[in-house]
Structure formats: structure tokens, C-alpha cells
Write a protein that binds this ligand. Structure first.
Ligand SMILES: CC(C)(COP(=O)(O)OP(=O)(O)OC[C@H]1O[C@@H](n2cnc3c(N)ncnc32)[C@H](O)[C@@H]1OP(=O)(O)O)[C@@H](O)C(=O)NCCC(=O)NCCS
Length: 187
């Protein structure tokens, strides 16, 4: 888990681009806007594309196979429903040519004043051009406006990008955690 402390108080038919698509993808103007309900399906699709290989749910499936007939993608995408249900006003979408290409979700806790970023992702074809950092800055601005004093985020040891990206945003490592899973005997 990484934690960052706020420094100052100021504060048409849809087709997802894929990695092999034209190089011109994601080169036109990008804007960050607030979440709207029509984004839900796209955010879930982006999540499944982006978290393949960097999610606990996928690791579990590789170990145990599907659970209750549901695959890792279904479980991971469900987290977006949870983010939307909990704090829709704290979700920001990166959009290009009217098409979502990435997003960030946030949580606020007015009792602890420690906000959280549960999910951030940018489509593979649109990465490494500063979209992730702009989403992160937007989340910082929003969490500051909600009077959060700190923000936490987590990444997996297998996620090399996360471990480079978050410290570069000012996050400091707090702890490492080990996740276990076990199938229960049928009764
Ligand atoms: C993490 C993610 C959102 C970054 O999006 P992005 O638009 O590529 O990010 P940016 O272009 O703004 O880059 C931000 C920083 O991340 C780091 N970074 C990005 N891509 C990297 C790569 N391939 N290797 C190493 N570091 C990388 C760099 O520190 C970079 O800053 P710099 O360009 O100033 O060096 C994107 O890679 C992604 O969606 N990954 C899959 C989902 C995921 O891992 N989400 C986070 C879960 S914890």
C-alpha cells in the first residue's frame, strides 16, 4: 500500500481501441471529465482489458479456476459497480473523441480524512502519454476539495508500472501484504 500526504490545500457505436490498432489512436485531444451513468459499461470493459495480468482476481483464477461459474473478469468488473455505488462523484473519465480511454475511482472518508484510490486504468493503446498522471492529478484535486489530508493506493508486487508510477506521484510505501485463498469442501 502506498500513501501520499496532501502538500497544499489549493486546490455512435462504441469500439474500444486495442493495442494493435492504428498508431494514430489517442493522439487527438484528451479531456478529463466527471463520470456519467452511460460510462458504466465502458469503464467495466476498460477494467477487464487493463487488469488482465495485474489483478488478484486473475491470480486466483490461475490457481483455482472459476468460482461459482464466474470468471475473474466478472469479479473485477463488479468492483467498478461498487465504486460507482459508493462514490460516483469521485470518478473521473479520460475521454478522447467522445470515447472513454481511461478512468480513476476514489473514496472519501470524512472521519479519518484519508481518501483512497481503488482503481485507475488507461487503455493499452493510450498509455505512456500522461493520461494516467492527469487522472491522478484530478483525483488529488477532488480529494483535496473533499478535505482529505492523505490518499492511499495499493498495487501488486507483479505490477512494475504501479511501483514506478505511484512513488513518482509522491506516494510513499507503507506496507506489503500477502493474499491467500483456499477452496472450501462442499457440505
Ligand atoms: C498504470 C496506468 C494507469 C498508467 O497509465 P499511463 O497513461 O500509461 O500513465 P502515464 O503515461 O501518465 O505515466 C505515468 C508514470 O507511470 C510510469 N510508467 C508508465 N508506464 C510505464 C512503463 N511501461 N514502465 C515503467 N513505468 C511506467 C512512469 O513513472 C510514468 O511517468 P513518466 O512518464 O513521467 O516517467 C496504466 O499503465 C494501466 O492502466 N495499467 C494497467 C492497470 C493498472 O495497473 N492499474 C493500476 C493498478 S494498481
Amino acid at each position: 500500500m502506498f500513501l501520499v500526504k496532501r502538500q497544499n490545500k489549493a486546490h455512435a457505436p462504441y469500439a474500444l481501441p486495442r493495442k494493435g490498432d492504428a498508431v494514430s489512436l489517442c493522439e487527438s485531444e484528451m479531456r478529463i471529465r466527471e463520470y456519467q451513468e452511460s460510462d458504466r459499461r465502458h469503464l467495466k470493459e476498460i477494467t477487464v482489458i487493463c487488469f488482465n495480468g495485474v489483478s488478484i482476481e486473475k491470480n486466483i483464477e490461475e490457481l483455482l479456476g472459476q468460482i461459482a461459474g464466474k470468471d475473474w473478469a466478472w469479479r473485477k468488473a463488479r468492483q467498478i459497480d461498487d465504486d460507482i455505488a459508493t462514490n460516483p462523484n469521485g470518478i473521473f473519465v479520460a475521454e478522447e473523441d467522445g470515447r472513454p480511454i481511461g478512468y480513476i475511482t476514489t473514496r472519501v472518508d470524512h472521519a479519518t480524512k484519508v481518501g483512497r484510490i481503488p482503481n485507475i486504468s488507461v487503455l493499452p493503446a493510450c498509455r505512456k502519454s500522461g493520461v494516467g498522471r492527469k487522472l491522478m492529478d484530478k483525483a488529488f484535486e477532488y480529494l483535496s476539495s473533499e478535505n482529505m489530508e492523505c490518499v492511499s493506493i495499493e498495487t501488486l508486487e507483479q505490477n512494475a508500472v504501479g511501483q514506478k508510477f505511484y512513488p513518482s506521484c509522491g506516494f510513499r510505501e507503507v506496507a506489503r501484504q500477502i493474499h491467500y485463498i483456499k477452496r472450501l469442501e462442499a457440505t
